[in-house]
Design a protein around this ligand. Structure first.
Ligand SMILES: [Zn+2]
Ligand SMILES: [Zn+2]
Length: 318
């Protein structure tokens, strides 16, 4: 038979677990999510309703290259009594793929910040469409729909050139580049590539807090060790540690690095909508301390004159 002391100890353990669970449930947070403002499925309002349903206390909206969903999200958050952390996620190009940098609490109304984001968005996602707009403005009539049909996937300059040929404006692809869409022509839209350091500087230029996102995808743990001194020098303040399917072992390694470099360990689901990502909204444990530390850091910067950001020159193309 179990001794009274054993029973008491077991009961004590259950109570402690319950207290911890209750604390967790009342301080339930997700610091990495997307809405229809970038590539998520739910509108900001719908996302906040989902957050309410599962009982999140704090949600950060971190759409790619845009703060377009933040005002709507803030309004929904107020109605639903959820604390919204404004955020953004910037894509950067490194050899081998993309590294993502999150930014928390950027002062996103800053016109200089918005102007750079727009250039980056146009250059990345809307490049083909923007070229067609510029051509149309000059009376060259090719349609964006036709260009997309020709491309059957992601649109590049050759697809725009083919549409120009089809419409009889040029005889060859080369002529389309020379006359319309080559570097220096009026319908040329430059391509920009940011390095992770550029992204850190861009976020800092709006008094935001740069955090390296899902670092195990890229750069990967070994590269990350090499990169951290430079990134911290540039102004990185956090490291996404509690993420998606990261194992407890991954988490320990990242936590150790965060401590070593005095970075705030953050985390979240990277929720884009059902079926788009393995982790559901709120599906990753993130300690509430992350919110407190981010807020304390943001408070130090608010209202201060941030360091200016200069977009690096576009990639040289023909
Ligand atoms: Zn990402
Ligand atoms: Zn993301």
């Amino acid at each position: 038979m179990r001794s009274p002391r054993d029973s008491l100890n077991r009961l004590r353990q259950v109570v402690e677990d319950l207290v911890e669970l209750e604390w967790y449930m009342t301080n339930y947070i997700d610091l990495h999510t997307h809405s229809t403002a970038s590539d998520g499925i739910y509108s900001p309002t719908e996302l906040l309703h989902k957050a309410r349903e599962i009982g999140l206390r704090v949600l950060a909206l971190t759409d790619h290259d845009t703060s377009g969903g933040l005002e709507e999200a803030a309004q929904a958050a107020r109605t639903l009594d959820i604390e919204l952390i404004p955020g953004i996620e910037l894509n950067t190009d490194v050899s081998g793929g993309e590294v993502h940098v999150l930014g928390y609490f950027p002062e996103f109304q800053r016109p200089e910040f918005q102007a750079v984001l727009k250039v980056l968005r146009d250059a990345r996602e809307r490049r083909g469409e923007r070229m067609v707009e510029l051509l149309n403005e000059q009376g060259v009539n090719i349609s964006w729909e036709r260009v997309r049909e020709i491309a059957q996937g992601s649109v590049g300059r050759p697809h725009v050139a083919k549409a120009l040929m089809e419409a009889g404006y040029v005889q060859t692809i080369g002529e389309a580049f020379d006359k319309y869409i080559g570097n220096g022509c009026y319908a040329y839209v430059p391509r920009y590539k940011l390095t992770p350091e550029d992204a850190v500087h861009l976020i800092a230029s709006a008094n935001g807090l740069p955090v390296i996102a899902h670092p195990l995808e890229l750069p990967g743990l070994d590269e990350l060790r090499n990169w951290l001194p430079g990134l911290c020098e540039a102004g990185m303040v956090g490291l996404e540690t509690y993420y998606g399917l990261y194992t407890p072992e991954n988490e320990r390694e990242l936590l150790a690095l965060a401590h070593e470099y005095n970075l705030i360990p953050t985390g979240g689901s990277d929720f884009h909508g059902p079926g788009m990502h393995p982790t559901p909204l709120g599906g990753r444990y993130v300690p509430f301390e992350a919110v407190e530390r981010l807020k304390a850091e943001a408070a130090k910067r608010r209202g201060k004159t941030p360091p200016p950001f200069k977009l690096p020159p576009p990639v040289q193309e023909k």
